[in-house]
Design a protein around this ligand. Sequence first.
Ligand SMILES: [Zn+2]
Length: 297
Amino acid sequence: MKKEYLPRELLLSVDLEPGDQTNINHTDCPAGTDIKERLYIKRPEDNVNVVIGYCHNCQLSGITRLAPRRYKSPLKAEASEEEDEVVRFPSDAVFEPRLWPNHAYYWPCCYSVTPDMMRALGLAYVPSQDRILIPFGEPRIRYGAGIKSTNGYQLRRLVDNPNQPKYLTVRPKDKPIVPNILDSSERKESLVPIVLVEDALSAIRVYSAGYIGVSLSGTHMRKEDMFQLSKTYPYHSIVVWLDNDNKEVREHAAKIQDFLRLVHKKKVVRIRSNSDPKRYDQITIQKLVAGALRRNR
Ligand SMILES: [Zn+2]
């Protein structure tokens, strides 16, 4: 087995849980273009501080110890939903990325999110929870510690702890989870495609690859949200890109695509990769999105 590093692919997979494995295309594989997702990446259960990779095409292997996984005691507050009609951003939320501790600052950076993007997306670090805050809903809302949050937000775990949920969701009582739209006014005007994904991290990834990212926080999308999306972005193409690893998710993706096609004037296409967008680098994301839009189905 040849020893070499696969730093880019491994970096994109540092959030794998102990024992989890994924396989993706090996970008620029020296043994020829890999389209069969032959690069296997995992975080071994018996060695949780590393992520290792092995390509079955070129036999390169690699290991990374970056983003060390730290174990902490479980959170006191396990509640994932607020009872109030109005929720506020946590009073200790820090919205300026330069003020975050290194391990928090590192997290979005390794997904190619620049500090400017972090500000535009309204990301914050919440010291009392040691989590990253990702606001829900429309872009260009007002962010700040303690101020009212229209649609709520998610708190993404930074430390690896099986006793803590990966995401905590905080939203106003009786208010459904709305798709989280990561957008900028320039992108809206220049009609860049919209990419619908399952989770906040994947939305951040497609945003950093140049698209409007929409996270569904799951694999469902309500009809009213599809109408709303089509009304807000009538001239944008839409790419549905869920994690296609099981039949149920594939069916949900097909349903979303079918319904959007009925209500939306522009192209609505699907990407059927085996992994989430968060596992791919920017160039691969751009290739897959462009390819799907060219195929037009
Ligand atoms: Zn390879």
